[in-house]
Design a protein around this ligand. Structure first.
Ligand code: GAR
Length: 202
């Protein structure tokens, strides 16, 4: 089996969309792949509930319990490799998927998963890397917004673009209404991008 490990920090709606799509699209049969585990840096991340209900392995690693970013990332890598290696043909996860995982990762972590680490960001990269993307798009008077799935490199919200979706910005949008419109598209493009990667690995 090719194991996919998903990292979350909150609601986990992208993770849920990927898990549902994996089941509906038959990733196990078509690619020998499955979502095997969900890891959160927050114990109260809502997405953990969905993961448990779907019988996925879960783990929580609270970054506040570690003395440095490097120490947290080292522990996170060990946990991902333990979970992603279980029942896998490669003793390692085939893909590590950041789905609303709100941590900046160290270069060592990114190098360890080079080519196997993807992220979704709620803007049309390279516009608006970082936080508060929707408010910044509104403040700039953008007429369109969107989301980007990309390979992760050591530079924040950089790396090869795998998928993008565009939505209009409407006259009375707030950051929340725009975020909701973008999120609906994220749920479509993230499973699609991962499916393409799996097809390349198969
Ligand atoms: C999503 O909009 C995702 O693009 C964003 O957080 C949200 C998580 O929602 N990610 C980032 O901002 C990463 N820098 P979810 O937990 O419901 O998937």
């Amino acid at each position: 089996m090719k194991n996919i490990v998903i990292l979350i920090s909150g609601g986990g709606s992208n993770m849920a969309a990927i898990v549902r799509h994996a089941e509906q699209a038959g990733w196990a049969r078509r690619f020998g792949a499955r979502v095997s585990a969900v890891v959160s840096n927050k114990a109260d991340a809502k997405g953990l509930q969905f993961a448990r209900e779907h019988h996925l392995a879960t783990a929580v690693l609270d970054h506040k319990a570690f003395p440095s970013r490097e120490a947290f990332d080292a522990a996170l890598m060990a946990e991902i490799d333990r979970l992603g290696g279980a029942g896998s043909e490669a003793d390692q996860p085939a893909l590590v998927v950041l789905a609303g995982f709100m941590r900046i990762l160290t270069p060592g972590f990114v190098a360890h998963y080079a080519g196997r680490l993807v992220n979704i960001h709620p803007s049309l990269l390279p516009a608006f890397p970082g936080l508060h993307t929707h408010q910044r798009a509104l403040d700039m008077g953008c007429k369109f917004a969107g989301a980007t799935v990309h390979q992760v490199t050591a530079e924040l919200d950089h790396g090869e673009i795998l998928e993008q979706a565009v939505v209009p910005v409407l006259p009375h949008d707030t950051a929340d209404t725009l975020a909701a419109r973008v999120l609906t598209q994220e749920h479509l493009i993230y499973p699609r991008a991962i499916e393409r990667l799996l097809a390349g690995l198969a």
